[in-house]
Design a protein around this ligand. Structure first.
Ligand SMILES: Nc1ncnc2c1ncn2[C@@H]1O[C@H](COP(=O)(O)OP(=O)(O)O)[C@@H](O)[C@H]1O
Ligand SMILES: [Mg+2]
Length: 245
């Protein structure tokens, strides 16, 4: 593998009854990696762990060789797109996007320049003055992406980023993400319960079952049968479909 952007070694975290158990995963620079799992399997907890949101854990999460929790929050250089997009409802699209720049006291002119560039890339120039409540799902998604990317992060984390979008908007967003990946050269880690989406977007896919990363596969080999019945079962109906197609 080329240089690792993310290295997770024997990482475990206990949250109530749930345990994210002994995760080991390396993600290369500029890789697009998907974690695939059912609801409740621990995908969000894994993403939040990579972002360094938890304090009580065992093992390690390193970003470019440095433990993520050793880096102050504002210097982590990680973009996070939340499942429900997490936009601030009382702020315009422009203010949502520039939030991270404002708290870092970046010059107003530079803020405007950066937003203009982002608006062009994500085609959101026409909605900058609107409030999140007035946007379509796709526009909300693009706003959330712009906000996550405005600081030019080396790592982009996305939690089920396409799950609330209709099929046509999803297709459009897949293209947008690829474009973003090309332009920004960032590493992307996203989680999803959608097999098709994982295969479509990622180079490699991790299979998460009950808090464990059971397997890591190339997207093209996702449905290969193996000795582990839990994995076979998880891939089950999709496996049948893929061999009959
Ligand atoms: N802070 C917490 N305290 C207790 N349990 C939690 C906490 N966060 C998540 N969980 C539990 O951990 C499990 C995995 O959650 P999550 O990562 O959100 O799953 P997924 O994103 O795959 O649907 C769930 O059962 C959830 O209720
Ligand atoms: Mg989740």
């Amino acid at each position: 593998m080329v240089n690792a952007m993310v290295e997770i070694n024997n990482y475990s975290v206990q949250l109530g009854k749930f345990k994210l158990n002994q995760i080991n995963l390396n993600i290369g620079e500029k890789e697009i990696f998907a974690v695939l799992g059912r609801t409740g399997s621990g995908k969000t907890v894994l993403l939040e762990s990579v972002a360094g949101f938890y304090r009580k854990f065992s093992g390690k999460v390193m970003i470019q060789g440095i433990p993520v929790i050793d880096v102050p929050l504002e210097k982590r250089n990680i973009g996070f797109v939340y499942q429900d997009f997490g936009l601030f409802p009382h702020m315009t699209v422009f203010d949502n996007i520039t939030y991270g720049l404002k708290i870092r006291k970046i010059d107003k002119g530079v803020q405007k320049e950066r937003v203009d560039k982002m608006a062009e890339i994500l085609s959101i120039g026409h909605i900058l003055k609107q409030y999140p409540g007035t946007l379509s799902g796709g526009e909300r998604q693009r706003t959330a992406l712009a906000r996550a990317l405005i600081l030019n992060p080396q790592l982009l984390l996305m939690d089920e980023p396409f799950s609330s979008l209709d099929p046509a908007t999803k297709e459009n967003m897949y293209d947008q993400i690829n474009k973003i990946h090309d332009i920004f050269g960032c590493t992307i880690l996203f989680v999803t319960h959608d097999f098709n989406e994982a295969q479509r977007m990622a180079n490699r896919i991790g299979i998460m079952v009950n808090g464990e990363l059971k397997a890591i596969r190339k997207s093209t080999d996702l449905f290969e049968r193996c000795q582990d019945e839990e994995i076979n079962q998880f891939l089950g109906s999709n496996y049948e479909r893929s061999v009959h197609e």
